[in-house]
Design a protein around this ligand. Sequence first.
Ligand SMILES: CC(C)(COP(=O)(O)OP(=O)(O)OC[C@H]1O[C@@H](n2cnc3c(N)ncnc32)[C@H](O)[C@@H]1OP(=O)(O)O)[C@@H](O)C(=O)NCCC(=O)NCCS
Length: 168
Amino acid sequence: MITLPVPPSLIAPSTAVKTSYLVGEQADMLYRESDTAWLAEASIDFDAYVAERVGIRERWGVPSELFWFTSGEYYIGSLVIRHRLTDDEGGGHIGYHVVYPWQRQGHATQMLRLGLAKCAALGIETALLTVEPENVASVAVVRNNGGIDDGINHEGERRFLLETSGNR
Ligand SMILES: CC(C)(COP(=O)(O)OP(=O)(O)OC[C@H]1O[C@@H](n2cnc3c(N)ncnc32)[C@H](O)[C@@H]1OP(=O)(O)O)[C@@H](O)C(=O)NCCC(=O)NCCS
């Protein structure tokens, strides 16, 4: 396994990890047999791609902020925080993914821990996360961070509540 230069942290999207981001996301898309077309555009003008993703932006009808989980030159994954829940609470406060080459190394567990600390700083005391029932890896990530079952939502996803204060 690759030895990371420093413990990974959540940063604003950055051109500093261009190659690692593009290669990592491409590997992930290919593994998941997903559409890779968006990578062509991103790789042609990465500065613009990043600029469009930095800061608090209105997405899903609520203020949202995207972070990249990185260590030095390495991009590992992404995490988004919705500052407010949407009307139907779909998607919860936090969404995330770790790209395939970095999976199963504890990164999502650590990334969510840091995301909860950011929620605490925003004044979100209890974060809602929603996970598809068959996503055993994500359920484990949520449970590793103290997630408590809160039923099933209208889309059939499992709801979990996580206290953020221990992560401040
Ligand atoms: C879910 C996801 C973020 C997990 O990332 P990760 O960095 O591999 O997670 P971790 O290494 O922190 O692993 C957490 C736990 O899940 C388990 N796990 C990870 N991948 C797994 C898999 N494919 N199958 C079964 N268990 C898995 C790990 O063994 C670990 O278990 P443990 O805590 O009991 O030891 C990653 O698989 C992913 O990005 N998937 C696609 C997007 C997604 O599902 N996002 C979440 C939407 S709610």
